[in-house]
Design a protein. Structure first.
Length: 430
């Protein structure tokens, strides 16, 4: 197994140690499994930034240096965090084995992980089977809580529905006269869900829009010559893409070289993750998303200012949205566990943590997060989109628009596709 263990070291006790410090030193560690891509095309733009954020947040929690509202107790309710980091590469069968190893052999108290929607769909039933508290930090397919219910599983980030409805709203705000749209999205749950949600959103918001072509390259394809040729032949006004990681970067580089984005608008719903890496290649005017109010879209706050400064100082690069989403999951776990513990210094039961997590509102560097869907297990929050502009060789965002959470997420108990095709009833966009 490709495991990397990070153990929180406790400061040695002195002869005059205060009782509270002695109690913290004696506290049993909270063992946490973290799963993210450490190898392959998804590692550089997604997995490694998420791992970096995990290391930063865990160390800061253990040292008590995270600012309000998390400045009270070190670690999680006084328990130092001990992490085991697992590589998400290798496919769903491997990830099922790795998850079982974390739960049954490593004996972790909780698992935070998963970027790939395919991996999330495979892992979701195991959380309840093994009764292991599990938090999905990034994967976006809405199927997780729309097609099933889980007790021990939570997701602290939004779904593809939010991403793509907001993208459609932003596109029509910028270009109300758009006539034709094409899509290139990966051929698995995330890609199909993203395109279907965007297509349904456009059909609801602008009924006369035409769909020129839809391309579904396999995950990790790397070469997009055939798909780019199809896009050029179709000649749409807009190209929508939820490609992420190395796939997105390869598509942008290859498409730019062939002029695929000349005289048309490109939408990258996951584009913020590569915005700085590809500052010289992403076309000006590209519509950029970050799957929430993350990265360069994150609102100003003491917590966000601290996170950005600490991350940049340590890793010499700005934190992108995978970093923000990992931080969000970790802080959600801390908030739920400490709510469950109340005034007690001991570790609360998993059942108590689950009850506290359900319907929880907590604060992250990206702002407030509300566990409102999926019977309180699925997060919603606001989302922002902007337009890419290169200034002095650096990536910037202009014309940023924010959409409230209840403007771009369905009401509780309503499936995303039913909501999108049914006229967006109950959407609150003011």
């Amino acid at each position: 197994m490709n495991w990397q263990r990070t153990t929180a070291a406790l400061i040695a006790a002195g002869a005059l140690m205060l009782p509270a410090l002695a109690q913290a030193q004696d506290a049993k560690p909270f063992k946490l499994g973290i799963v993210t891509f450490l190898s392959g095309a998804a590692a550089g733009p997604f997995g490694v930034p998420a791992r970096n954020a995990a290391e930063l947040i865990v160390e800061a929690l253990n040292s008590g240096s995270v600012p309000a509202p998390y400045a009270g107790k070190k670690g999680i309710n006084g328990m130092p965090l001990e992490t085991t980091i697992v590589d998400e590469a290798g496919g769903t069968t491997k990830q099922v084995t790795e998850y079982r190893n974390l739960a049954e052999r490593a004996g972790v108290d909780a698992v935070i992980g998963y970027i790939s929607s395919g991996d999330c769909l495979a892992i979701a039933p195991l959380a309840d089977e093994l009764k292991k508290l599990t938090i999905f930090f990034d994967c976006g397919t809405p199927r997780i809580f729309e097609d099933a219910s889980y007790k021990y599983l939570f997701r602290t980030g939004g779904t593809a529905t939010m991403d793509n409805l907001a993208a459609a709203r932003y596109l029509l705000k910028k270009k109300a006269d758009v006539k034709s749209v094409a899509g290139i999205n990966q051929n698995y749950a995330w890609g199909h869900d993203s395109w279907n949600d965007f297509k349904a959103s456009m059909q609801t918001l602008k009924k006369d829009v035409k769909f020129a072509t839809e391309q579904f390259p396999k995950l990790g394809a790397g070469q997009y010559g055939t798909e780019i040729s199809a896009l050029l032949v179709a000649s749409p006004d807009v190209i929508h893409s939820s490609l992420w990681g190395g796939d997105m970067e390869a598509f942008v580089l290859q498409g730019t070289a062939r002029g695929a984005f000349d005289k048309r608008t490109l939408i990258l719903t996951a584009g913020e993750s590569a915005m700085h890496r590809l500052a010289g290649q992403i076309p000006d005017g590209t519509i950029i998303g970050a799957r929430g109010p993350h990265g360069d879209f994150a609102p100003k706050s003491e917590l966000n200012d601290w996170f950005r400064k600490a991350y940049e100082a340590r890793f010499n690069t700005p934190p992108t949205y995978p970093s923000y989403k990992m931080a969000q999951a970790l802080l959600g776990l801390k908030a739920a566990t400490e709510k469950a513990a109340g005034d007690q210094a001991s570790r609360p039961t998993d059942e108590a943590i689950v009850k506290a997590f359900e319907g929880l509102t907590f604060t992250a560097p990206s702002g407030e997060v509300h566990m409102k869907l999926g019977k309180g297990h699925q997060a919603i929050q606001e989302i922002a989109y902007g337009t890419f502009k290169r200034e002095n060789g650096k990536a910037t965002l202009v014309d940023v628009v924010r959409y409230p959470a209840e403007c771009v997420n369905p009401p509780e108990g309503v499936k995303s596709m039913d909501w999108l095709t049914g006229g967006l009833k109950g959407a609150k966009c003011d």
